[in-house]
Design a protein around this ligand. Structure first.
Ligand SMILES: NC(=O)c1ccc[n+]([C@@H]2O[C@H](COP(=O)([O-])OP(=O)(O)OC[C@H]3O[C@@H](n4cnc5c(N)ncnc54)[C@H](O)[C@@H]3O)[C@@H](O)[C@H]2O)c1
Ligand SMILES: O=C(O)CC[C@@H](O)C(=O)O
Length: 524
């Protein structure tokens, strides 16, 4: 049974997949009201009100996934979630149309002074001359950030007969042409636009992208809108240019501090506002809650997620192709870790053959997870493996090499430690399974599961027999056995598998056999 905490208010219909699921218990309460139970939840669903901080994550020791019912994840400490091995997902498309429509409604209201006129009429005034507006038709609309919402705004603006200028450093020319918008630099947009609306995420680069200096470059009488994130337009800069009469009007759905109780912006007649309502429609709330609910359920049932912020996102179809290699890589990492009982500083992973057609970064993360598990603890997973490796001074990298192994696909892992190095090769054979096909240059072939014993020895008569004898005396049945050697009478290896874990007494006796160089038990 999975326990899911829904901390912010969400559409009941949207949560239906979770409410209907048999293996799930849902608690719809704010995090602050379930302080004692925080350690019992497997998943946390939030909108923008709940702040998912390092402190909260530390208290939620069972947490596996945070689902953000919306786009912006600035209320979630992604770095901390990643460190805690918690997957963060969002619902990127569900509220696009609602937010675009809200922005457009704000724009129309702004240039026609609708909120101010509404207050005036309700105050029993009839002051038509005070509210003379401006047409949108024929005006230049500058859009900063041309993603999902920016694109929808452009479609609507073109339908209103507006020229659309776009600034987005990540926008390709082909897409701009297809969308019928003019791509320009930020300066060109500032100097040409009659109305500017921002639709970027709040990042180091976009924080204050419109500020005292950049707003000064805009036309006198400019209209500015922010329905994205508070802070993208610097509020002090806005106040400065509202006071000096440069700005004709501002529409804000979002603020640097929400609610903006003490903001001076609220005192300006030319500033119209809404309380972060962009996504507040029945449709958007249904969409985003349903999207995260379905995704969280899939994840808890062991499926890949499609909109993760801190994991490579994979479709189910792609995941099914990757899954055998994901498992193979985890087993390989685990084997090396158990055989190399020393500090390790580098892990290099070579992919060859058909596996290179897949998203190998996911396979690499699985390998690092498998390697770290015996050294760290079970909290390491694909989300935090990279960070944990880095913290422990272990570098890792992957590359694709020509397919010379003789296998249709092959993964080779070379691990460098303080005193030695280890190399392992694995392959996946459909309908046959994962196989380890080489260890430290010895050709071998074994299935990486269960209780294994890896022995390095000298290739001499009687060694294998002695091993079998000691194991028999301890009542240990050898399930499978593989041997490998490079030269007659030289170094050799054995890989044995058992139905149960070996006890220390049998290992001690095996270690005493002359010509045995080393022994490692491996538990997979
Ligand atoms: N008011 C609301 O209720 C509400 C609702 C939904 C989304 N939002 C916010 O709207 C914003 C846009 O959402 P979206 O779904 O369109 O996101 P998106 O990721 O689809 O688009 C963001 C765009 O910004 C561009 N960008 C990034 N850095 C930039 C920079 N330095 N300069 C210019 N462009 C840059 C990206 O290339 C991308 O095209 C986000 O901040 C989101 O949180 C607000
Ligand atoms: O939850 C909300 O209503 C706000 C959502 C919005 O800001 C978002 O980024 O998706």
């Amino acid at each position: 049974m999975f326990r899911i905490l829904v901390s912010d208010k969400m559409s009941g219909d949207g949560l239906k997949p979770l409410l209907d699921a048999e293996n799930v218990e849902i608690v719809q309460q704010n995090v602050a009201d379930v302080e004692e139970q925080l350690h019992t939840f497997d998943a946390l669903l939030v909108r923008s009100a709940t702040k998912v901080t390092e402190e909260l994550l530390s208290k939620m020791s069972q947490l596996k996934i945070v689902g953000r019912a919306g786009v912006g994840v600035d209320n979630i400490d992604i770095e901390a979630a990643t460190k805690h091995g918690v997957v963060v997902i969002n619902a990127p498309n569900g509220n696009t149309i609602s937010t675009a429509e809200h922005t457009f409604a704000m724009m129309a209201s702004l240039v026609r002074h609708i909120p101010q006129a509404n207050i005036s009429v309700k105050s029993r005034e009839w002051n038509r001359s005070a509210f003379v507006g401006t047409e949108l038709y024929g005006k230049s609309l500058g859009i900063v950030g041309f993603g999902r919402i920016g694109t929808e705004i452009a479609n609507r603006a073109r339908a209103f007969g507006m020229d659309v200028l776009v600034f987005d450093p990540f926008l390709t020319k082909e897409r701009a042409i297809k969308m019928g918008v003019t791509v320009c630099t930020l300066d060109e947009l500032l100097q040409t636009a009659d109305i500017i609306t921002v639709h970027t995420p709040l990042t180091k680069e976009t924080k204050g992208i419109l500020n005292k200096e950049t707003i000064a470059k805009t036309k006198k009488g400019i209209y500015l809108l922010n329905c994205a994130r508070g802070g993208i337009i610097d509020e002090e800069g806005l106040i400065y240019h509202l006071e000096n009469g440069h700005i004709a009007g501002v529409a804000l759905d979002v603020f640097e501090v929400e609610p903006p109780q003490s903001s001076k912006l609220l005192d300006f007649e030319q500033v119209i506002t809404t309380p972060h309502l962009g996504a507040s429609t029945k449709e958007a709330q249904l969409n985003v809650a349903a999207q995260v609910s379905e995704e969280v359920l899939l994840f808890l049932d062991g499926n890949p997620v499609t909109s993760s912020i801190n994991l490579p996102t994979l479709s189910k179809e792609v995941y099914e192709k990757i899954q055998p290699f994901h498992l193979l890589a985890k087993q390989m990492g685990n084997i090396v870790s158990q055989c190399m009982k020393e500090p390790v500083h580098d892990i290099s992973i070579d992919f060859e053959g058909s596996v290179t057609d897949l998203e190998t970064s996911y396979i690499t993360k699985s390998l690092i997870t498998g390697f770290l598990r015996p050294r760290v603890d079970s909290t390491v997973n694909e989300v935090n493996a990279g960070i944990i490796a880095q913290e422990r001074g272990i570098s890792f990298g992957e590359k694709y090499i020509p397919n010379n192994s003789g296998y249709e696909n092959c993964i080779t892992v070379k691990v460098s430690g303080d005193h030695s190095a280890f190399e392992i090769k694995g392959t996946y054979v459909p309908h046959y399974g994962q196989r380890i096909v080489a260890l430290n240059g010895f050709d071998i072939d074994f299935y990486p599961v269960g209780h294994l014993l890896y022995i390095q020895h000298t290739d001499k008569p009687g060694v294998i027999g002695r091993v079998g004898q000691i194991l028999g005396e301890h009542g240990l049945n050898i399930a499978t056995m593989q041997v490998g050697r490079k030269n007659k009478g030289g170094e050799a290896i054995m890989m044995l598998s058992f139905d149960k874990q070996l006890e220390q007494a049998s290992l001690n006796e095996l270690k005493n056999i002359q010509d045995i160089v080393s022994i490692h038990t491996i538990e997979l």
